[in-house]
Design a protein around this ligand. Structure first.
Ligand code: GUN
Ligand code: FE
Length: 565
């Protein structure tokens, strides 16, 4: 049983207007939060707890632990189009860019490759839970589920359903579609993995007729599955749905008639009430609403109506794969509405954080650090060396609590994946596997990232025929045993001393000296990792022109290739 205690700053949303911010401890046993308390209780807790089996992780003053981010709406197959074609309205964008791409996922190899990248990218961005739209293809979407399982993300995965013909020929006939959805549900359930659930996914009422919607509602009932779809995103879409469903009162009614109800921009009061009454949750996706020029969603009105609201990136209608961006855009759009006269419309950063975590997790066993919750979390280092946030000697904070709140506020407004140094899903760290694509695992995410960055550096250096593939040929075990040393050196002074990593007899680079033994010394950490100096057999074989003269007693320079910095 894994047992962890985090000691340091943590943040845990309680409700839309209540956020717990504290310095203390969180105890995690077998993936579940079993205890938490304030710093003042820590000594007592440690005294009264048998800590022998626990790993204690002490956070630095500038780090904080917060619940993992939840992406309530993201289209996994659309990632290869991210940042493209956002100059067209929804229906045109779907026909021109999206359907032709999604059709490619009937090629399982293609699907497996892309989905591997997608799941890793989201985890890197701190998305511990994603609610995915897959593609129309059954096997292609099963590949997505396999990647979710491979990287141990928490996810809802949906095979997209469509039966109304379109120009791309991207649809199924009704009976085939219903049969495939049932197979998909059964296959996901057969995985018996409590982190992944199937979700019934009619694309929207432009792509699904009442007959299919009704069949899908029956399947959702039969297997007790959630349902996800799109609604009232764009005025052209609404008009089209009215045309093909003349008997329906409004868009929501099309879904209600077929018992589907479960993203919306243009909802009337009647529709909003209907959705609230049916227990529907909303994924607010401000990026795609703006990029596809759909409209400004009155988020406050949805919240006031009692709807459960989470945030979605909606890639690739949305142009950013991080929920941090969704928080910021939700704040911006709602503020613009307030500026335009909608009193009280603007949401605060604390509300944004709630929507990105607990808001998206309604009735679920995640979203904050309450006792009994499953521990999905990100460890944030606000002033991480390579990150976007600089630390200044001036600070406005008077108390420790104010200091922590400022850390959080800065991360919400300015942070990015470089600040997310560890990612946990149900108590297990996700970061290392995600970075490596290989069997290397370690509890020290930061150290792993360093090794990984170094590996990348060597790949770049391959062209130089210089120390190439050194690490690839090293025994993984050896790297593992050295990881601690990385961490120590990174913690103590932000210069990574790689002298600890003996390249020994294991390395087999084409450079003759590298074959016997060698060291690399003085690498700076993280993303701006630069090879300052590399040594082989104690001899400096590469040195940056501006490297310090006192670099660990350099030996004779035998070779000075140009290193990419
Ligand atoms: N409505 C129907 N399909 C889609 C889609 O793929 N993206 C967005 N943003 N809206 C949709
Ligand atoms: Fe969408």
């Amino acid at each position: 049983m894994s047992k962890l205690i985090f000691v340091g700053n943590f943040v845990s949303p309680v409700s839309l207007d209540d956020l717990k911010i504290a310095n203390g401890y969180i105890c995690v046993e077998n993936g579940i939060v079993t205890n938490l308390g304030l710093k003042s209780d820590l000594e007592n807790f440690m005294k009264n707890t048998d800590l022998r089996d626990f790993t204690v992780k002490r956070l630095t003053k500038d780090q904080l632990l917060m619940p993992g981010l939840i992406d309530c709406h993201v289209h996994a197959p659309q990632f290869p189009n991210i940042g493209l074609g956002l100059d067209r309205p929804l229906l045109e964008w779907l026909d021109t860019y999206t359907f032709p791409l999604e059709k490619q996922y009937s090629n399982e190899k293609f699907a497996a490759e892309i989905y591997d990248q997608v799941v890793k990218r989201l985890l890197k961005n701190g998305t511990t839970t994603a609610c995915y739209f897959g593609s129309l293809d059954l096997n292609g979407t099963l590949e997505l589920a396999r990647k979710v399982v491979k990287y141990n993300q928490r996810a809802f995965v949906g095979k997209v359903s469509m039966n109304i013909p379109n120009d791309a020929g991207y649809y199924n006939n009704t009976d085939k579609e219903a049969a495939e959805v049932e197979s998909f549900i059964q296959e996901i359930m057969a995985l018996k993995n409590d982190l992944i659930e199937p979700i019934v996914t009619p694309r929207f009422a432009v792509s699904c007729d009442e007959k299919l919607l009704t069949k899908l509602a029956v399947l959702a009932e039969k297997y007790n599955c959630m349902i996800q779809s799109h609604i009232s995103e764009n005025l052209g879409e609404i008009e089209f749905v009215k045309q093909i469903n003349p008997e329906a009162l409004n868009y929501a009614d099309v879904y209600d008639r077929s018992k589907i109800l479960r993203k919306k921009v243009h909802l009337s009061d009647t529709e909003t009430k209907m959705l609230a009454a049916r227990g529907v949750s909303v994924a607010h996706c401000p990026a795609s609403n703006t990029r596809l020029r759909s409209g400004l969603c009155p988020l406050r009105r949805l919240l006031d109506a009692g709807l459960t609201v989470g945030l979605g990136t909606d890639v690739s209608g949305g142009d950013s794969a991080t929920i941090l961006d969704a928080i910021r855009r939700a704040m911006d759009v709602s503020t613009h509405l307030e500026i335009k006269g909608h009193e009280g419309a603007a949401i605060t950063w604390k509300e944004g954080l709630y929507l990105a975590t607990l808001g998206g997790a309604k009735d679920h066993r995640i979203g904050n650090f309450d006792k009994g919750k499953e521990f999905d979390a990100i460890l944030v280092d606000v002033y991480e060396n390579s990150g976007p946030i600089d630390k200044y000697s001036y600070s406005i904070d008077r108390t420790d609590d104010e200091y922590i709140e400022s850390l959080l506020q800065r991360f919400i407004y300015l942070g990015d994946d470089r600040n997310i140094i560890e990612v946990y899903v149900k108590g297990a760290e996700r970061y290392p596997e995600q970075m490596y694509n290989g069997p290397l695992t370690s509890r020290t995410g930061r150290a792993c990232r360093l090794v990984c960055a170094i590996l990348n550096r060597f790949n770049i250096m391959k062209n130089d025929n210089f120390l190439c593939e050194v690490y690839e040929k090293m025994h993984l075990e050896k790297i593992k045993t050295k990881i601690k040393e990385f961490q120590v050196s990174v913690r103590s002074h932000h210069t990574l001393t790689m002298a600890a990593v003996g390249l020994g007899g294991e390395c087999a680079g084409p450079h003759s000296q590298a074959r016997s033994s060698g060291h690399l010394t003085r690498l700076e950490s993280e993303r701006d990792l630069r090879v300052v100096e590399a040594r082989v057999s104690g001899a400096v074989c590469a040195q940056r022109a501006d490297a310090d003269a006192d670099a660990n007693a350099p030996g004779p320079t035998t070779r000075a290739p140009t290193l990419t910095t």
